[in-house]
Write a protein that binds this ligand. Structure first.
Ligand code: F0G
Length: 456
């Protein structure tokens, strides 16, 4: 097989500003060992997130110029609405400014004290919006999904028996919704199989519980089904996506991922009554029903991106890039989550930095080392992000200490990825010299964004 090439030509470029290791050591110190506090210009390769960081196509930019900015009834809205209907098949489409705005609306309406939302794994903002309403979120991830280094094709699947057990114990009347996150971001970007989607849908129908999909990375999930699930190799990605959504009652979407947009999101559904309530709240918080907090030009970019993302040459390059980086790291003995996920590589920092105790945040220590060594920005998904304190002020660590390297869509080429692998392997070879960190300042909520740390 020949080299899989980037399926695009580059028309416009952004300059990367180079820094030396000495400069980066100072920059990191000035940012109190928290790369969220660094200006993006001081980053060489930014793998903080794949959200809102895509390179748009010339077609999307052309569409932006045609965006109609009418407050009500903009043709850009109808273009957007049609595109969502074509791809997902839901008859009702409600635009929002990003994914969490869709979540806020949905869970404000359906949530509240005494209610339970069940998922494979709820993403942080989804869980936060559920909890903010007073309800609780319950993750029922399949067993394979809980072991980072043991490969399996669909580690994002829901444990259907666990789902049934929660329904039996709590009662369907207090479960307003079941949500499948595809791919499962917090669980390593792992896909969910069609069979699992079908089974979850059946259980929900039997119990009259609405079933939604958190569809941020629906195209990556569809392509993984094509590659890994029996009976789907000859189906097209649009056919697979349509089948996935046919089992659901609706979806929430962040268009900042699999729609190649820099901003945007939506809610889509079949239930008219729920839609009416969502639209009422939308008007109060986001804007009128035909723009929902977005400019007409953003709606155009989403309408076009949603279809472009299903191009199989693109998806082959996308999934292969993540796998390429993952495999290079595995060959060098670096402990990573396996198999490769759809949008990111996850390093097991607890294994990588065995000499740093969890109280000294090994994930964040690795994030800092990757920045200093090679100017790469990544994010800790471990005890800095999820850790809590007990009554005595002792850290209750997160279950895993991961570092996520999320790959923006259509932004970096193979040589950038090769460089990333070289830096990680170099850091791995001298891992013993890396020091742990302690927190010197933090906020009670979402502390990882702003926390200040220092070297132990
Ligand atoms: N659901 C999932 C699975 C996500 O990954 C995200 C965002 C959201 C919902 C919320 O969407 O950002 O548009 O409000 N994930 C980003 C990330 C932030 O870096 O993984 P949003």
């Amino acid at each position: 097989m020949k080299t899989i090439i980037e399926p695009f030509k580059i028309k416009s470029v952004e300059q990367i500003l180079f820094t030396t290791k000495k400069q980066r050591t100072q920059i990191l110190k000035d940012a109190d060992y928290n790369p969220f506090r660094i200006t993006a210009e001081d980053v060489l390769i930014d793998l903080l997130t794949d959200s809102g960081t895509s390179a748009m196509s010339s077609r999307q930019w052309a569409g932006m110029m045609q965006g109609d900015e009418s407050y009500a009834g903009s043709p850009s809205f109808f273009h957007f609405e049609q595109s969502v209907k074509d791809v997902m098949g839901f008859p009702i489409v409600i635009p929002t400014h990003q994914g969490r705005a869709a979540e806020k609306i949905l869970f404000t309406i359906l949530g509240g004290k005494g209610k339970y939302f069940i998922s494979n794994t709820l993403f942080d903002t989804t869980r936060a919006n559920i909890e903010f309403s007073g309800a609780e979120g319950i993750d029922c991830l399949c067993e394979e999904g809980k072991h980072p280094t043991i490969p399996a094709p669909f580690k994002g699947n829901m444990d259907v028996d666990a789902l049934k057990k929660v329904i039996r114990e709590e009662g369907a009347s207090v479960i307003p919704m079941v949500i499948l996150t595809v791919t499962n971001n917090s669980g390593g970007g792992q896909p969910v199989s069609m069979q699992n989607i079908r089974e979850v849908s059946t259980v929900c129908k039997e119990n009259k519980i609405p079933f939604f999909i958190d569809a941020c990375r629906f195209a990556e999930n569809s392509y993984c089904i094509k590659l890994r699930e029996e009976g789907y190799a000859h189906k097209s990605v649009p056919e697979i996506a349509a089948e996935m959504f046919s089992y659901a009652d609706g979806c929430t979407m962040s268009a900042k991922k699999d729609a190649f947009a820099n901003i945007g999101g939506f809610l889509a559904m079949r239930d008219l009554d729920l839609a009416l309530r969502c639209r009422n709240l939308l008007i109060i918080t986001e804007g009128f029903t035909t723009y929902g907090g977005l400019a007409g030009r953003d709606l155009e970019a989403i309408a076009i991106g949603l279809k472009e993302v299903m191009d199989e040459h693109y998806l082959q390059y996308r999934i292969r890039s993540i796998e390429y980086l993952t495999n290079k790291l595995i060959e060098a003995g670096v402990p990573v989550m396996q198999p490769a996920g759809g949008h990111a590589v996850y390093i097991d920092a607890k294994e990588f930095l065995k000499h740093i105790p969890v109280e000294q945040y090994p994930g964040q220590a690795l994030v800092c080392a990757l920045y200093t060594e090679g100017g790469i920005r990544s994010v800790e998904i471990g005890s800095l992000m999820f850790g809590k304190y007990d009554n005595g002020g002792k850290l209750i660590p997160s279950q895993m200490e991961l570092v996520r390297l999320a790959i923006p869509r259509r932004v970096y080429t193979q040589s950038h990825i090769d460089y990333v692998a070289e830096v990680i392997i170099e850091v791995f070879e001298k891992r013993e010299s890396i020091k742990g960190l302690k927190i010197i300042e933090e906020t009670p909520l979402l502390r990882h964004f702003t926390a200040k740390l220092s070297l132990v």
